[in-house]
Write a protein that binds this ligand. Structure first.
Ligand SMILES: C[S@@+](CC[C@H](N)C(=O)[O-])C[C@H]1O[C@@H](n2cnc3c(N)ncnc32)[C@H](O)[C@@H]1O
Length: 344
């Protein structure tokens, strides 16, 4: 803690953080970072009147001024707002884009977080109370949410994906199954890296057509080696010699995770591996891991899941017949790790 800054100032900055988050999300949903990147510095009037942004001009000007004060946009004396490195990551074509994540943070997730006090009181997630149904059902009932969520996960994956490519050697593997693989972005990169490797992406049936449509422009050789399967991972998983689950285990309670890990165990071909990519929280008494600890609250409120300590990971692995062989941090958005294991 910086001794120069009074505690009440620090706490006020933390409280204002919720407003900053919602503001960034809202301007991103209006595509303003993309418009400014494409057309150069713009006034609020130009954005609403020339580019058709659906906003009240005077309100928008005040919102952009607030954004500029935290480094998202420059602001000049003529009231024009320009691009910055921070606004760039909120654009669709940034190579490290977090646009879709920013949109969803202030959209459905913001709505679900309204249930935080009830979650804390009852010990139950609140998505059903806030959205009328569980999140995956909500996605299936709302194709736009499904597409946006998939894109948000893809955008979130950029850093963690690099970590998996760097640390997981699949040169000896034949078939990798990405369980809950979303749009298949990880399987795709693995198959691209290893020309002999076949990839399977298992996800909920309604997501599969969207995922397939995303890879149509890939070379034939890649498309031929990727198979998309719609199904329920708690019922069964396809046979493979490597299972990857990235940001999947943290969505579920221990009983569901153990069932899922047992399904992979039962279908594993040869002496394969299981690779889960999720947070590994430090033990009690260690105050590091802020991003993962707040992600844990998101899981607490939104699904029956949680982030786990190494001890908790060991428990679910061992209950399903696996043993952990390594835990490799990959320093991505949430400080996640690769938890790799083999049959025990
Ligand atoms: C948090 S996302 C992670 C997506 C992807 N692995 C990634 O890292 O970008 C969890 C995924 O699990 C999928 N999922 C949820 N329930 C499932 C089920 N019963 N069977 C298969 N997939 C499921 C969701 O559709 C979603 O794509």
């Amino acid at each position: 803690m910086n001794p120069e800054v009074a505690p009440q100032e620090i706490v006020m900055q933390m409280l204002v953080g919720a407003w900053v988050s919602q503001t960034i999300s809202t301007i991103t949903r209006l595509d303003i970072p993309d418009l400014i990147k494409c057309h150069g510095p713009q006034s609020a009037m130009q954005l609403t009147q020339v580019h058709g942004v659906k906003a009240d001009t005077e309100f928008l000007s005040r919102v952009l001024r607030a954004c500029a004060s935290v480094g998202v946009f420059t602001e000049d004396a003529d009231g024009k707002f320009g691009a910055t490195p921070l606004s760039d990551v909120l654009t669709l074509d940034s190579s490290v884009s977090v646009k879709k994540l920013a949109e969803i943070f202030g959209g459905t997730w913001w709505q679900i977080w309204a249930g935080f006090p009830d979650a804390l009181t009852t010990g139950q997630p609140q998505t059903k109370n806030q959205l009328g149904m569980e999140y995956w059902d909500y996605c299936q009932a709302n194709p736009k949410e499904m597409a946006d969520f998939g894109a948000a996960m893809q955008s979130n994956s950029l850093n963690s994906l690099r970590g998996v490519l760097k640390h997981c050697d699949l040169s000896e593997s034949k078939k990798v199954a990405d369980i809950g693989g979303g749009f298949g972005h990880l399987a795709l990169e693995l198959v691209r890296k290893y020309p002999h490797l076949h990839g399977i992406v298992l996800d909920i049936p309604d997501l599969i057509p969207i995922a397939k449509s995303k890879i149509v422009n890939e070379p034939e050789d890649i498309i031929d080696r990727i198979q998309f399967i719609g199904g329920d991972m708690f019922e069964d998983v396809p046979a493979a010699d490597v299972y990857i689950m990235k940001l999947v285990i943290h969505d579920w309670d221990d009983a569901k995770c153990i069932q899922l890990l047992k399904n992979c165990h039962a279908r594993m071909e040869g002496n394969g591996r299981i690779i889960c990519v999720d947070a590994v929280l430090p033990p009690i008494g260690n105050v590091s891991g802020t991003a993962a600890k707040f992600l844990d609250i998101n899981m607490m409120i939104s699904c029956p899941g949680k982030e786990r300590t190494e001890e908790q990971w060991q428990y679910i692995y061992s209950q399903a017949g696996w043993k952990i062989t390594s835990i490799q941090p990959i320093y991505d958005n949430y400080g996640t790790s690769i938890v790799e294991g083999i049959k025990s």
